[in-house]
Structure formats: structure tokens, C-alpha cells
Design a protein around this ligand. Structure first.
Ligand SMILES: [Zn+2]
Length: 232
């Protein structure tokens, strides 16, 4: 019989390892290219400002936020928040990440569909990501049809998390595509500097692929656990 641990080893563990590997690769690429100063020498804050202003988004603010790789665009406040390494950095890493976050602001301004969908899903996903697994586990340990129904409800809630992770992929890949395009067209990044920028942004994109794989494999893990139970 294919037990719970066997299922975990097949579904959840490889995805978890993939996620950790992608994170490690991103941090390494970021740190390596944070040592390389761009020829133009703009800080991440200046890069973001330049991309935003160049696209008529003068009202979007650029702020410094604490943390490492904590950079993000806040569509509600229309604020781009950059971590200290990026905000003040004059490196390939700083330019790449700053332009990527500015890419999200461009998506927002242009009404990019997947970004709107992703934002609309946030409340459901915030609830689903923690209540889903809890309801699932409670249902799994309860006897009878009620327990099974409850567990399937947990699976459905967690399915929203997996769909969210999938919707995130086009959003992130598009932001990176825009970033690369903006950096080259505005000559913020010149010559072979793009190689380092690509290394950082492509590694970061991999973490979102890993997160999607993780969410889907966790969902499958739940489904198979539950199906195994119903047969008993
Ligand atoms: Zn992003």
C-alpha cells in the first residue's frame, strides 16, 4: 500500500527541494551581481524613477523598505518599495530588480489582465492558504462522510492557492520581459552588462516556477491522501 509518507516523498518533497534550490540560486546570482557596478552607475532608485518617468508614471512613488530581496510594487498605494541593497545599489542586481518592480507598475498602468486577476485573488488565497490545509487535516482525521466532505472542502480552498501560483507566472515573466526591454532601450544597461542582469532576473523567475510546482504538488498530495482514505 502506498502510505502517507510514500506519497509525501513522491509529491511534496521534490517540489520543496526545487523551491529551496531556486531560492538559493536567486540569492547567489543577486549577491554575485551586486558586486558589479554598472557603467552608468545609477542607483536602483534612480533606475526605477527613470523607467517610471520614461513611461509617464511620475505619480508612482519609489520608497526604501527594510529586508533582503523584499522588493515589491504595491498597486493599492501605487508605491514601488525597494530593499536597501537595491534602492542604494549601483549594481547589475540593483538595476535588474528595480526595473522588474517598475515593470509591475507599467503592467498596472496598462491594465494588464493577469495582474488584475492576481490582485483580485489575493483575499481568497490569504484565507485558503492557511484554512485550506487546516480544514483538510481536520476532515482527514474525522470518520465518515462528513469528514470526507470537509477534507474535500479543504482541497478546494487549497486549489485556489495553486491557481494563484499559476496566475503569478505570466505576471512575473512579463514584468521581467518589460524590465529587460526598458533597461536596454533607455541605455541604463549597456554592452555585456545584460548577462548579469539576466542571471539575476531569470533565477528570480525560477522561484515562481518552483512555487507553482510546489502548490500543485501539495494539492495532488492532498487529493491522493484523500482518495487513498476513501478506498479503505
Ligand atoms: Zn515581480
Amino acid at each position: 500500500m502506498f502510505g502517507g509518507l510514500g506519497l509525501y516523498l513522491v509529491f511534496a518533497l521534490p517540489a520543496l527541494i526545487l523551491g529551496l534550490w531556486a531560492q538559493w540560486k536567486t540569492q547567489r546570482a543577486f549577491r554575485q551581481n551586486a558586486e558589479i557596478r554598472t557603467a552608468r552607475g545609477l542607483t536602483g532608485a534612480q533606475v526605477a524613477r527613470s523607467v517610471l518617468d520614461g513611461n509617464g508614471l511620475t505619480e508612482v512613488r519609489v520608497e526604501r523598505v527594510d529586508g533582503f530581496l523584499s522588493d515589491h510594487y504595491d498597486p493599492r498605494g501605487r508605491v514601488l518599495r525597494l530593499s536597501p541593497d537595491v534602492y542604494d545599489g549601483q549594481s547589475l542586481s540593483a538595476a535588474g530588480v528595480a526595473a522588474h518592480e517598475a515593470g509591475h507598475a507599467l503592467q498596472h498602468a496598462q491594465g494588464y489582465g493577469f495582474l488584475a486577476l492576481r490582485s483580485a485573488m489575493v483575499p481568497t488565497v490569504q484565507i485558503g492558504s492557511w484554512i485550506g490545509p487546516v480544514i483538510f487535516m481536520v476532515g482527514l482525521f474525522m470518520a465518515g462522510t462528513f469528514g470526507t466532505t470537509l477534507a474535500w472542502l479543504g482541497v478546494a480552498l487549497f486549489a485556489a492557492v495553486a491557481i494563484f501560483a499559476l496566475v503569478t507566472l505570466p505576471v512575473e515573466f512579463d514584468a521581467t520581459r518589460r524590465a529587460k526591454q526598458q533597461l536596454v532601450s533607455s541605455s541604463i544597461i549597456v554592452g555585456n552588462e545584460m548577462r548579469g542582469v539576466n542571471a539575476v532576473l531569470d533565477a528570480a523567475a525560477m522561484t515562481y516556477v518552483a512555487a507553482a510546482v510546489q502548490a500543485i504538488s501539495t494539492l495532488l498530495y492532498y487529493v491522493f491522501l484523500l482518495m487513498g482514505r476513501s478506498e479503505e
